[in-house]
Write a protein that binds this ligand. Structure first.
Ligand code: GDP
Ligand code: ADP
Length: 228
């Protein structure tokens, strides 16, 4: 190896520079595809994990306790609120949803990224508390008709529940301007690629790359015997 190669930082070093984790929030009107995109991200990216919310909503068929949500009853949820166990919580569609505090705060310091599938109310609360760690992404459906088709096609909700979700869609969409990025989820693969690019760029933000100070100091160190 030449002198210049051994004294300059390698690509491997730059890839593993210490970095503070980020909170990657994805919101959308119900049915626009945030659960689908979240699952794709988690499957393809080993550096991000989901922040599993606590909810009083009953599980849907196929949902697993502890993986999709922590399913609790109202009394348990109220106790967690009283104990200040949540970073944020909100009532959506008549059920309570909350983001547990414990894991995220330590994980961020260790460089762990977290994905949040939460609504606009939770997004505002997290942004107020942890602004510099938060990246806010809003997904839009290509049309209202397509949103209805997706909610119906998902086959998890009754006609009444779907009508309720459709009725709320317009008010949810009205919060699009409280987000850093907005992506129209038309083709699923294209949407996934765009979301992945946002995540990659946000990881490179200077303020998040806590290892840069030492790295740059090393780059600027005068070489032995050569005056600066
Ligand atoms: N504020 C907040 N919202 C949440 C949380 N977990 C889920 N939500 C939101 O609650 C809403 C209903 O979620 P869900 O019942 O899973 O149905 P979905 O709309 O089909 O994903 C969605 O807008 C979620 O983003 C949370 O911890 N906090
Ligand atoms: N780009 C897309 N094109 C077609 N169907 C989609 C697309 N994205 C998601 N879907 C489907 O739409 C339904 C709702 O998606 P989901 O991810 O559950 O939405 P949300 O979590 O926002 O409520 C699911 O059946 C999903 O497979």
């Amino acid at each position: 190896m030449s002198d210049s190669a051994s004294s300059s930082p390698s690509t491997a070093e730059t890839d593993t520079l210490a970095r503070r984790g980020l909170m990657f929030i994805m919101s959308s009107p119900s049915g626009a595809g945030k659960t689908t995109i979240s699952r794709m991200l988690l499957e393809h990216d080993p550096h991000i994990c989901i922040s599993v919310s606590v909810t009083t909503r009953p599980p849907r068929p196929g949902e697993i306790d502890g993986k999709d949500y922590h399913f609790v009853d109202h009394a348990q949820f109220d106790r967690m609120v009283e104990n200040d166990d949540f970073l944020e919580w909100a009532e959506v569609f008549g059920h309570c949803y909350g983001t547990p505090k414990a894991q995220v705060k330590t994980g961020l310091k260790e460089g762990q990224d977290y994905l949040f599938d939460i609504d606009w109310q939770g997004t505002q609360q997290l942004y107020q508390k942890l602004e510099r760690d938060v990246v806010r992404v809003f997904l839009l459906p290509p049309s209202i008709d397509e949103l209805r088709r997706r909610l119906t096609g998902r086959g998890t909700d009754s006609a009444e529940v779907i009508a309720g979700r459709m009725a709320r869609a317009r008010s949810e969409i009205s919060h699009w301007d409280g987000y850093d990025y907005v992506v129209v989820n038309d083709d699923i693969q294209t949407c996934f690629e765009k979301v992945t690019e946002i995540l990659a760029a946000e990881r490179m933000r200077r303020a998040r790359q806590t290892g840069l100070i030492g790295f740059v100091r090393e780059l600027m160190r005068p070489e032995d015997g050569i005056a600066p």
